[in-house]
Write a new protein. Structure first.
Length: 440
């Protein structure tokens, strides 16, 4: 394929040389003449293991050339890949000025050069951009009715996951290839472009692809910070935190796994809140700040508050909680966020009915029972023996339970609004007119 790569920094240089090495005909474009001159002479503008040889080889073979003239790169190009910088604005946002200019340059060049043989050109954003950029900034530049004769353009977001220091190796072995597009031809172009990777391409909507890169980078930052907070706190207690974290990483069931990584409801139960509080206490005792771990409590409270606000915003007077314990398959209600919801709704004067397939107040004992009674003193009056009885007359159901009887009742007598706190209620419940998924 004929490919124009705009922006010859870390991402652009590796993308351009990498694609050129796989049989594509690539022209790199940069506003910085020194980078263009360097590549034209076979010299990489960035230092990365393997990049110098890749650039030298692909330039020598003629597969990679460079120019500062976008039109020269766009002539008959099947794909343009935009890899310009999106640095921070003074407010911390992403500065879209380089991207806007690059898109404007591509669009202007289309007036002057020949379209690709197929007539279809794909504009791919490889830079990291906030959700909404594709719809608000990229697509409008290439509005179908206003393109020059012979050009049809599809747009796509294809985030880059390389790491500096191992950028070339990462380019050829990415963790995944994700393409955000609503355009079948753009999808087909990128499938052909990246066929050499031998990987399946995940095609998603554009905002998902845009958000993914931020989610990944934020998680990496959180991981580093988490490990450092563990290290800084426990170093006060003569703990070998490197050893702690080595062992921590051996748990690929809960620690290094997909567990706990689905947006949904708040955490609770008898351990997580208690042990986080204990760590926060150790930190106060030793005057060590652990803002990440401290903020988890605040963030968790915001999830509960968000549900309360969304339920109150419906104007309902009667709510039903389907599920009371802190997670399914247990009767433990200690620090259950569902119990917290029940208490707050009662406090707001709403009529509350609760069904839980396992929690039976007559069989609860000890701390569990005391916790339930401290939150809901007249809990027996709120608990219904069946989901149908809990749902009777309810305007809103808040569902944490995935118990089959609960799901059947929801389908038999669906209330006007169903809040799905688990994301696991199944397609039939999701198809109910009042269904509201977790949208945070
Ligand atoms: N560096 C990384 O490890 C990495 C990894 C993944 C994604 N990203 C993202 O990719 C994007 C690029 O990152 P980078 O590190 O390669 O940036 P960079 O600053 O190294 O390179 C950007 C290049 O774009 C050029 N440029 C600016 N405006 C231009 C225009 N109108 N036309 C042509 N060229 C233009 C600049 O001169 C510069 O050479 C950013 O959005 C970044 O967040 C970076």
């Amino acid at each position: 394929m004929r490919v124009a790569v705009l922006g010859l920094g870390y991402v652009g240089t590796i993308t351009a040389a990498g694609l050129a090495s796989q049989g594509h005909e690539v022209v790199g474009v940069d506003v910085d003449e020194t980078k263009v001159d360097g590549i034209s002479k076979g010299v990489s503008p960035v230092i990365e293991p393997g990049i110098e040889a890749l650039v030298t080889r692909t330039v020598a073979s003629g597969a990679l050339t460079a120019t500062s003239d976008v039109a020269a790169a766009l002539d008959r190009a099947d794909v343009s890949i935009v890899c310009v910088g999106t640095p921070s604005t003074p407010r911390g946002g992403s500065d879209m000025a380089f991207l806007a200019r690059a898109l404007g340059d591509i669009r202007a060049a289309m007036e002057r050069v020949r379209p690709p043989a197929s007539g279809h050109h794909t504009v791919v954003i490889r830079s990291t951009v906030p959700p909404g950029t594709g719809a608000n900034l990229v697509a409008p530049v290439f509005h179908a009715g206003e393109l020059p004769q012979g050009w049809a353009v599809g747009t796509a977001m294809c985030p880059e996951f390389l790491r500096e220091g191992s950028a070339v190796a990462d380019f050829f072995d990415p963790p995944f290839v994700v393409v955000g597009t609503a355009d079948d031809r753009a999808d087909a172009s990128l499938t052909e472009l990246f066929a050499f990777l031998g990987q399946d391409i995940e095609v998603v909507d554009v905002p998902t692809a845009e958000a993914l890169k931020y989610a990944c980078n934020a998680f990496h930052a959180v991981k580093v910070t988490f490990a450092n907070e563990v290290g800084r706190l426990f170093s006060q207690f003569d703990v070998d935190s490197r050893r702690v974290m080595e062992l921590f990483c051996e748990d690929d069931k809960l620690n290094i796994s997909a567990a706990y990584l689905r947006p949904g409801f708040a955490f609770g139960g008898s351990c997580l809140p208690k042990d986080l509080r204990a760590m926060q206490d150790l930190a106060r005792m030793t005057a060590v700040d652990i803002p990440l771990l401290t903020a988890t409590t605040v963030s968790n409270e915001l999830v509960v508050r968000g549900v309360v606000d969304r339920v109150l915003a419906t104007g309902c007077t009667r709510v039903c909680l389907l599920g009371l314990s802190f997670k399914t398959q247990t009767d433990d209600v200690r620090e259950s966020p569902s119990l917290e919801l029940a208490e707050r709704f009662v406090g707001k004067g709403l009529e509350v009915r609760i069904f839980d397939p396992i929690v039976n107040p007559d069989r609860l004992v000890g701390a569990n029972l005391r916790h339930l009674q401290s939150k809901l003193s007249h809990v027996n009056r709120l608990l219904a023996p069946t989901p149908a009885q809990a749902l009777a007359g309810a305007e809103v159901a808040i569902v944490t339970s995935t118990d089959p009887a609960v799901l059947r009742s929801l389908l038999d007598t669906p209330p006007p609004v169903v809040f799905d706190m688990s994301g696991r209620l199944g397609e039939a419940v999701e198809a109910l007119p009042g269904y509201r998924g977790v949208s945070w």
